[in-house]
Structures are given as C-alpha cells and as structure tokens.
Design a protein around this ligand. Structure first.
Ligand code: SAM
Length: 219
C-alpha cells in the first residue's frame, strides 16, 4: 500500500523545483562528490560499461541530474549524454561545472520540446525518481518505454525500504518516497522493462536508509 502524503507535490510539469533551487549552492558544497561510497561509484561505472558494451543508438539521459556531476562522469566515460533536471539552479551549477555537457530543463516525463527529437539510448535516474509521486511513476515509466528501443537500459537508484510498501520519508528538500525493490521492479516490468540486476546497500554513516540500484532492459 502507498502511504499518502498530504504535503506531496504533483509538480511534474518541468517547472523549477523550489526546494532544490533554494538549496543548490548548499547542495554542491555538501556533496562535492556524488559518490558517498566506492560501491556507488562502481554501480554507475557498471551501468556505463553495460551501455557501452551493447550500444543502442542515441544519447544517455541522466534524469534528475542535479548539479551534473554524474552526467559529467558518464561523458568522461565516453558516453554521449544529456543531463535533465527541473531545477533551474541545479542546472546553473551543472552548466558552470561541466560546460561541455548538454543540460536541459525538464522533469522525469521528458516532455520538453527540446527533447522531443532526441533519440534516447539509455536512462539513468539516480535519487530523482524518488521525488515523483508513486501514483505518477507508472506514467513516467511508460513514457520512458515509449522513447526507448528494445534492448535499451534504464538504471534507477533511490532510498528503499525492507518491508513490502512504498512510503514517503522526510527528505530534506522535497517530497520523496522509498520503494520496496520488488515494487520498483514490478513497476518497471509493467512498463516494459525486464530487471537485469539490483543491489541493496545497508544504511551507513552516509545513508540513513538502505539504497537500491536497479538496472533493467527494455523488452
Ligand atoms: C538528490 S538529487 C540527485 C542528483 C543526481 N542524480 C545524483 O545522483 O547526484 C535529486 C534531483 O532530482 C531532481 N528532481 C526533483 N523532482 C524531479 C522530477 N519530477 N523529475 C526529475 N528530476 C527531479 C531535483 O531537482 C534534484 O536535482
């Protein structure tokens, strides 16, 4: 069952995120590296290697790219990438710090006209789909499936929960939900993706909650 949130925002129109806009400078000061642990870095590297190993034409879209550090990392790994984020201020920092990488203001729906003609090879949504209300996630995933060719990869990461539920948590910046990994996998499957692998890491000094990284392939 999905825990209801009276404060949940349903803003998925691609308009700026006021919380992330206000926190953008503090965010990059607090997280000068996007990888809190070696595992996190290696999971993104594993995704990048998989994309490169079995290429699908198009660009990798880093959805909810924030200050663009991982978008830049993917570019440095040789992938053609676009970073997408609804926060104008996050994008300002991303463009400042990674001036050779393309960034577009949009949200997880990828509905902006700037992205309409972009062929998408793969999608990474790292700690960003958590901000999409659970009732909206199936629509977002169906949209991704509609943009991706068979064989294309998606990677989703976020805070997770050990019990079989989806629950809102007290994220410092914006409404956010933790998904039980099987629920996430089921939602991806319903949209047309088959899970390839997942990791679930335990809370540590950097993470209050377990975190899931899940990679799936468009069938
Ligand atoms: C915790 S940051 C993660 C940044 C980056 N992906 C990383 O892993 O370091 C979450 C980002 O998701 C973005 N975001 C919030 N709501 C979103 C939505 N509906 N669609 C896409 N991105 C969203 C925020 O603006 C913010 O930049």
């Amino acid at each position: 069952m999905v825990a209801k949130s009276p404060a949940a925002s349903c803003d998925n129109s691609g308009v700026p995120q006021p919380g992330y806009d206000a926190m953008a400078d503090l965010y990059i000061e607090t997280f000068p590296s996007p990888y809190a642990t070696p595992l996190e870095r290696h999971l993104v590297a594993a995704f990048a290697d998989l994309v490169a190993q079995d290429p699908v034409p198009g660009v990798v879209v880093d959805i909810g790219c924030g200050p663009g550090q991982i978008t830049a990392d993917l570019a440095a790994r040789g992938l053609s990438v676009i970073g997408v984020d609804p926060s104008r201020e996050m994008l300002r920092i991303a463009r400042r710090d990674a001036p050779t990488v393309r960034f577009v203001q949009d949200d997880a729906h990828l509905g902006s006209t700037e992205l309409a003609d972009v062929d998408i090879a793969a999608i990474l949504a790292r700690f960003s789909l958590i901000h999409v209300p659970p009732s909206v996630v199936p629509d977002v995933l169906a949209g991704w499936a509609g943009r991706l060719a068979p064989g294309a990869l998606v990677a989703v990461a976020g805070q997770t929960i050990d019990s079989d539920e989806i629950t809102e948590f007290d994220h410092a910046v914006a409404p956010a939900w933790r998904w039980y990994p099987d629920r996430l996998s089921d939602a991806l499957s319903t949209a047309g993706f088959d899970e390839l692998w997942r990791t679930v890491s335990r809370p540590d000094t950097h993470h209050r909650f377990p975190a899931v990284h899940l990679v799936a392939r468009r069938r």
